[in-house]
Design a protein around this ligand. Structure first.
Ligand SMILES: Cc1cc2nc3c(=O)[nH]c(=O)nc-3n(C[C@H](O)[C@H](O)[C@H](O)COP(=O)(O)OP(=O)(O)OC[C@H]3O[C@@H](n4cnc5c(N)ncnc54)[C@H](O)[C@@H]3O)c2cc1C
Length: 590
């Protein structure tokens, strides 16, 4: 596997130009964060990612985790790197300062997570799941529970998990059966959870499971699910881990990818019932989980970006080295990077990455603005972040797979052979469209909650916002302007289609939901690469472009306009006219 080179300049460019870093840092609460500190953070994180995490990526993939009698042993080197991560304070970057965090905005902490994920996606999941658990506790638990768990989880000394899935309850969490019976001040939890990421491991002193379960008198369905903290070790009065709780990892899964991430079957309460602590109010667990799932979905969208970046770097480096055939117009053989088709694929990969990164950072910045502003500004930013969350999750992860697959194609046969490492990226990427809500579930959310519920008002407002850029797309960006105009028209019609048909014919709009998600993604991506190209033009004028960095941004936007954006047409047709074949499909006939 090739080395990982943290794309620090690309990251900082997108943070500034799309994530409006200066604007976010000017919001209340971030006054002490200087722009050059942010640069240092990204550079130093890049060094840790490349130097410590990336070399373990292949080790985790090949050696995986070992399970014996409920104990999970990670691959050699993993615990030591985790300790360094904690000792260097990386776990605390974006967390609340009241509990020992560094309070960085999302537009700073998220790009750093991109670095961890590119370097070693399987490993990064431990941190990402902990962040999600921290968020749920911080937003919904009592002060006592916060004081007990947050400082150690934020530092990374203890890790966190999300225990939602059960054999009969995956996409449909209403089917959850795990039970919680009151016992004095605590609850006795019994049940089995499957597919729990980093549910058991040897990196931390304690593992804090967040578990969805039902109280005996709970109403059926999603309104009867409560959220509990269920620690692996009960916490002593002095804050140290004490007695072992009644829970065990009964096995770990053998999977297609992310072998370095232990995926645990968790058994709660085989003896007397595991001790659990109710988070917030009873029966509001799913609602609480959703606050953290929105952030988790953005983090998974980011995994699409991160894995694509890693796959791209690997393919580019290989293409520069591999000599095969005679490029058109040359007398001698040369590296395959000179063949037009290889150039096309590399450009395609890179252009998609530009759009995907910009999308995730844009949503992160909207979350920061929503959090740090007031009135209409905060409301609009929150509405845009909500609207784009399923798009960023679904579209970026689907594209992550496209890019990882193209990376293999660039390699030719050796891409299919495990030694090169190109295959690992595709295997690792494959889960991202499944967990944290499949692409189908994201698309349902987009159609139902994000478009139909407010009769398309937020979505139409966002299209109008994107249209504002069109007059500026002239000269070398004229083709981008043309493609974007068409894509925005299609998107507007698709939104109108949902508003007109969803209530009366939900099966029609559901059939077109995933094509709509792609249409939304590809057009929003076009708008974002156009913004980056305009920023690159302005920067070139202001400071020159000795390395060609800005020229590349403009070329990639132009490539996107011709090779990626035109897919909007196909998605539009599938979404509108194409739904009849799906609704008419007789599942028993084939
Ligand atoms: C490696 C890995 C790690 C995971 N980590 C965690 C974790 O840490 N914690 C946790 O709780 N869970 C975790 N999961 C579980 C994951 O979130 C679920 O697998 C996922 O939500 C899908 O549920 P399911 O597997 O039951 O599939 P199903 O829900 O059975 O879905 C099967 C297919 O049907 C489609 N489908 C289902 N319902 C609908 C619908 N209403 N509309 C349209 N299409 C639909 C889906 O899109 C999918 O294509 C993990 C899973 C894996 C494989």
């Amino acid at each position: 596997m090739s080395a990982y080179n943290p794309p620090v300049r690309d990251i900082l460019f997108t943070m500034n130009e799309i994530g409006d870093l200066p604007g976010v840092l000017a919001l209340p609460g971030h006054a002490e964060v200087a722009a050059d500190l942010v640069e240092t953070i990204v550079e130093e994180a890049g060094k840790f990612a490349a130097g410590a995490l990336a070399p373990l990526n292949v080790v985790g993939d090949r050696q995986g985790n070992k399970w014996a009698d409920g104990v999970v042993t990670t691959a050699p080197g993993v615990t030591a790197v985790y300790k360094d991560f904690v000792d260097n304070g990386w776990g605390a970057l974006g967390a609340n300062q009241d509990f020992g965090g560094q309070g960085m905005p999302h537009i700073v902490s998220l790009p750093v997570v991109e670095l961890w994920t590119s370097a070693n996606m399987a490993w990064s999941l431990c941190h990402i799941l902990t962040l999600g658990a921290v968020m749920a506790i911080e937003n919904h638990a009592s002060e006592e529970l916060k004081a007990t768990y947050l400082p150690k989880m934020i530092s990374g000394e203890w890790t966190g998990t999300m225990n939602l899935t059960e054999p009969q309850a995956g996409s449909d969490l209403a089917a959850i059966r795990t039970r919680a019976v009151p016992d004095g001040d605590v609850y006795r939890i019994t049940g089995t959870k499957i597919f729990i990421t980093w549910g058991e491991h040897d990196c931390a002193d304690n593992i804090i499971h967040l578990v969805l379960a039902r109280l005996p008198d709970a109403p059926p369905g999603v309104k009867g699910i409560s959220l509990f903290i269920v620690p692996k070790f009960l916490v002593n009065a002095d804050g140290t881990p004490g007695a072992r709780n009644d829970l065990i990892c009964s096995s770990i899964e053998h999977k297609l990818g992310i072998h370095g991430s232990p995926t645990a079957v968790m058994s709660f309460g085989d003896k007397d019932g595991a001790t659990g602590y109710l988070v917030g109010e009873a029966n509001r667990g799913l609602e609480y989980m959703f606050t953290m799932m929105n952030h988790a979905r953005i983090n998974v969208g980011l995994q699409g970006v991160a894995i694509a970046e890693r796959a791209y770097q690997q393919a580019r480096d290989y293409a520069r080295d591999r000599v095969q055939g005679r490029p058109i117009g040359q007398q001698t053989g040369a590296a395959i990077v000179h063949h037009p088709d290889i150039k096309r694929m590399l450009l395609d990969m890179k252009a998609r990455i530009e759009a995907m990164r910009a999308m995730v950072y844009y949503v992160a910045a909207q979350m920061d603005v929503a959090h740090g502003s007031e009135g209409g500004v905060a409301k609009t930013a929150a509405a845009i972040a909500d609207l784009l969350t399923p798009v960023a999750k679904g579209w970026c992860t689907e594209n992550g797979q496209i890019v990882a697959s193209e990376g293999i194609q660039v390699h030719g046969g050796v891409g299919f052979i495990e030694e090169t490492g190109a295959a690992q990226h595709l295997r690792d990427a494959r889960i991202t469209t499944i967990y944290e809500g499949t692409t189908g579930i994201q698309a349902n959310d987009l159609v139902g909650r994000k478009i139909a519920r407010d009769k398309g008002e937020t979505a139409k407002g966002f299209v109008a916002l994107m249209r504002e850029i069109l007059p500026q797309l002239t000269g070398p960006l004229a083709a981008l302007g043309g493609g974007l105009t068409q894509g925005l028209d299609e998107l507007e019609q698709a939104i109108a289609f949902v508003v007109a048909r969803n209530a009366a014919e939900p099966a029609v709009t559901a059939s077109g939901a995933v094509p709509l998600l792609h249409l939304f993604g590809v057009v929003t991506g076009g708008w974002l690469v156009a913004r980056q190209a305009l920023a690159a033009q302005a920067k070139t004028q202001a400071e020159g472009d000795p390395t060609g960095f800005y020229a590349a941004k403009i070329e990639l936007a132009r490539h996107y306009a011709r090779h990626v954006l035109p897919h909007s047409r196909a998605y539009f047709i599938a979404m509108t006219e194409g739904s009849d074949t799906v609704t008419g499909f007789d599942v028993d006939q084939f």
